[in-house]
Design a protein around this ligand. Structure first.
Ligand code: TYM
Length: 335
């Protein structure tokens, strides 16, 4: 069976963007039953920028709870945190020696996050994509569901696999397929329709968090930035109205309907009508997830046990792949 791998950084609370662009898709791929699914809280990626240790622990458990509340079933999918499986860091080192500085320097995430002060960015932030390639390739995963913003990193994963195979004259690492599908591969900020919704945006009003209650969700949509025009009759007419289009996209993704359907129902509506309707579908979908997260988080020991079990299963899959990698590279492992 083909194998799916994907990850989320526990560097803050998860957002509606993470849910629609990733989590919801993870559950769909699991439920399709056609893939073996491995889902990971990438805590080693999170520490490429400073994380308070207590916050990191809490956010890792919260992310795990969000996965399960959204429908990831730890009996059917493998769910764990990255640092419990040393294969990720081990393979990342080898990939650090395969990848080129120039490749890393061209990553837009590196340029955005390091900014003008790259001298002061962590070395880990620069090497971030090599660890991501290791996450995927340590399991020979063939399919990686992600949002649009991860596309460039997944191209780099393919480049690393191809260069490894070429340099060592093997056909060992698969060339992974990104799976960037669905109506919400790029959910935008509620304050700026040209920026993606992000857990690291300084303004909490820019995003819906999975932990937000119904009143907060309604308030954030009410205050969401839009132009003053009502909704047009057709989706095509939203082309140059990024904020308006984003809200329609979110509505469609949350309600599981097409954007044409949404426009057929709400075309011509003013914001005073559409925003409360949007808040209603959002609350309808998110409230049960938030409630289940709270229930799960009441027993952090159980979450840690689940992550430990997932990690043990992940280690078993990765072990022979790592052994073979060492052999290919010429690194002695005495058994
Ligand atoms: P991260 O933690 O930033 O985001 C997790 C997932 O959520 C998606 N996403 C979005 N989708 C739609 N709209 C948005 N506004 C939005 N914001 C985030 C992301 O595309 C991602 O799928 N580098 C990765 C984590 C990672 C990973 C991996 C992913 C590490 N190793 C291996 C796949 C495979 C990241 O920072 O995602």
């Amino acid at each position: 069976t083909p194998r799916v791998f994907s990850g989320i950084q526990p560097s803050g609370g998860l957002t509606l963007g993470n849910y629609l662009g990733a989590l919801k898709r993870f559950v769909e791929m699991q439920d399709a039953g056609t893939h073996e699914c491995i889902y990971c809280m990438v805590d080693l990626h999170a520490i490429t920028v400073w994380q308070n240790p207590d916050d990191l622990r809490r956010q890792t458990r919260e992310a795990a709870a969000a996965f399960m509340a959204a429908g990831v079933d730890p009996a059917r999918s493998i769910l764990f945190n990255q640092s419990q499986v040393p294969a990720h860091a081990e393979l990342a080192w080898i990939f650090n020696c395969v990848a080129r500085m120039g490749w890393m320097g061209r990553m837009t995430q590196w340029k955005d996050k390091a900014g003008k002060n790259s001298e002061n960015a962590s070395l880990g932030l620069f090497a971030y994509p090599a660890l991501m390639a290791a996450d995927i390739l340590a399991y020979h995963a063939t399919h990686v569901p992600v949002g649009e913003d991860q596309k460039q990193h997944l191209e780099l994963t393919r480049d690393i696999a191809a260069k490894f195979n070429h340099d060592y004259g093997v056909d060992f690492f698969p060339i992974t397929e990104p799976v960037i599908e669905g109506p919400a591969t790029r959910v935008m900020s509620l304050r700026d329709g040209t920026k993606k919704m992000s857990k690291s945006d300084p303004s909490d009003m820019s995003r819906i968090n999975l932990s937000d209650d119904a009143d907060t969700i309604a308030q954030k949509f009410r205050k969401a930035r839009t132009d003053p025009e009502p909704l047009p009759a057709s989706y095509a007419e939203l082309k140059d109205r990024p904020e308006a289009r984003n809200l329609v996209d979110i509505y469609a993704a949350l309600s599981g309907r097409t954007t044409d359907d949404v426009m057929a129902e709400h075309g011509g509506a003013g914001w005073g009508q559409f925003k409360p309707a949007l808040a209603d579908v959002a609350v309808e979908t998110l409230a049960p997830i938030t409630g289940e997260m709270t229930r799960l988080l009441a027993d952090p020991g159980e979450i840690d046990r689940i992550l430990g079990n997932g990690a043990a299963r992940a280690r078993e899959i990765a072990a022979p792949i790592l052994d073979r990698t060492h052999e290919i590279v010429g690194l002695i492992r005495s058994s």
